[in-house]
Design a binder for this molecule. Structure first.
Ligand SMILES: Cc1cc2nc3c(=O)[nH]c(=O)nc-3n(C[C@H](O)[C@H](O)[C@H](O)COP(=O)(O)OP(=O)(O)OC[C@H]3O[C@@H](n4cnc5c(N)ncnc54)[C@H](O)[C@@H]3O)c2cc1C
Length: 425
């Protein structure tokens, strides 16, 4: 089949790869001049979400204060943003959290297999590192993480619950003064450079004949019984450009709801602004060797060669405000949250004053799971809303999409597939 993939982030490139591997002819359309320029560019490092990493559950956004949660929540008078936060808060209840993560888990495992296979097939070097240490300031916070730790046991994820002294011994850049409650070491969880992985995969696809239409924005989709097509926004010298195919996969990140709304109506997905800073290493002996995550604030600190990448500090506000640039005072506040996280957990590791800052938009769903699969039209598929811990998941989802496009049954349980469907809301 001829398949159009809209979006050149990890979601789109991973989907293009799986479709190509399944024998389809693929055309990727991306509005930027190159790939990995959207949320994919700002990744914090961790590849796959353990029960401690997902952006829902008992440890996520338990208060309204950014100093406590690491998330700036500014709904103002916007009832949609408040409703969204209320729905997400239902997953703070331990049983609801456990059931929802259990639905996601098969996709995590499929994603792990898919990424391992790609790395092994092409020998990719994308700054992979092993070991992620989640740290908790207060004993109460560690107690809140108990259902997540129970899930680690249930799914046999290699881990160790550590005292503060054991954390400091495992990663000497973490100071044991002021005292903190302890941590959870995930020995086998990995970090890697997502934009680099995406670009390497794009190159592999291009060399094998996958077509890329870069610097072109999809304006509209056309779907009927006989075929599918997209119209591209005019560019200098080209007023009308239509690309035809047998099927379309929308993996357009924040651009997804607008593209699929004609088929599936308005989706209850909410944009979240996320931030990262990349700072030069200041003192080698203070730089972490494994990734440190402030587990309550969801701030990840990953060493990447001679830099430290710090990501997190989400801002949840009305959709209209999220789509505009942050006011300067609020931007200062979110980057201060990241700076404080670095100071608290890896003091002296990086020159935060010399950091390069970045911000990006992610789509979050009110039940914490991505939107993956078929849609209301047989020729339209979607791979999106992977949230702030979603780059690895986008790779397993790509395999699910390729199976569905090919008329095969995806290798994940039916209840997981149902939990990812676009019409579940
Ligand atoms: C600061 C930050 C830190 C993060 N840290 C992590 C982490 O540590 N671990 C993790 O797993 N995940 C992390 N994430 C989330 C992860 O980056 C995303 O889940 C993932 O990159 C999503 O990829 P995507 O392809 O769906 O979206 P994107 O990367 O946003 O790609 C979508 C693409 O579609 C294109 N597009 C949109 N509309 C159109 C259109 N109409 N026509 C043509 N092209 C279009 C856009 O230009 C864009 O390039 C982080 C995100 C951010 C912002």
């Amino acid at each position: 089949m001829d398949v159009i993939v809209i979006g050149g982030g990890i979601g789109g490139i991973a989907t293009a790869y799986q479709l190509y591997a399944a024998g389809h002819r693929v055309c990727v359309i991306e509005r930027h001049a190159t790939v990995a320029q959207g949320a994919t560019y700002g990744h914090g490092g961790p590849i796959l979400p353990s029960p401690l990493d997902v952006w829902f559950g008992p440890t996520f956004m338990g208060a309204r204060s950014a100093a406590k949660t690491g998330i700036v929540f500014r709904p103002g008078f916007d009832s949609a943003a408040r409703d969204f936060a209320k729905k997400l808060a239902r997953l703070r209840e331990p049983d609801a959290f456990t059931a929802q993560y259990a639905r996601l888990r098969p996709l995590v495992e499929l994603s792990r297999r898919v990424i391992d296979e790609i790395e092994a097939t092409f020998g990719l070097d994308c700054e992979q590192r092993r070991g992620v240490l989640h740290v908790f300031r207060r004993p109460r916070e560690l107690e809140l993480a108990a259902p997540a730790i129970e899930l680690l046991r249930r799914f046999e994820v290699p881990h160790h619950v550590l005292s503060a002294a054991e954390c400091a011994a495992a990663e000497p850049s973490v100071p044991d003064d002021p005292p903190f409650a302890g941590g959870v070491m995930l020995d086998d969880e990995r970090t890697a450079n997502c934009p680099l992985f995406t670009k390497q995969l794009k190159q592999i696809l291009e060399d094998r004949g996958v077509q890329f239409r870069l610097g072109r924005e999809v304006a509209s989709l056309h779907l009927d019984d006989r075929g599918a097509a997209v119209d591209l926004m005019p560019v200098a010298g080209v007023h009308y450009d239509r690309v035809t195919a047998d099927a379309i996969v929308v993996a357009a990140g924040i651009g997804t709801p607008a593209l699929v709304s004609r088929v599936n109506g308005k989706l209850p997905l909410h944009p979240l602004r996320l931030h990262s800073l990349t700072a030069p290493i200041a003192y080698e002996e203070h730089a972490p060797h494994i990734t440190i995550v402030d587990s309550i604030k969801r701030i990840a600190m990953t060493r990447v060669n001679q830099r430290l990448r710090v990501a997190g500090a989400g801002v949840l506000q009305s959709e209209a405000k999220t789509l505009k640039p942050l006011p300067a005072a609020l931007a200062d506040r979110v980057f201060a949250l990241l700076g404080q996280g670095t100071h608290d957990w890896v003091p002296g590791a990086a020159k935060v004053s010399a950091a390069r800052t970045w911000e990006g938009l992610r789509l979050l769903s009110p039940d914490g799971l991505p939107v993956v699969g078929a849609t209301g039209h047989a020729r339209l598929f979607v791979n999106a809303a992977h949230g702030p811990a979603g780059w690895g998941l986008a790779c397993g989802s790509a395999k699910v999409i390729a199976d569905l496009v090919s008329g095969l049954t995806p290798d994940i349980p039916a209840d997981t597939l149902a939990a990812l469907r676009i019409d579940r809301f």
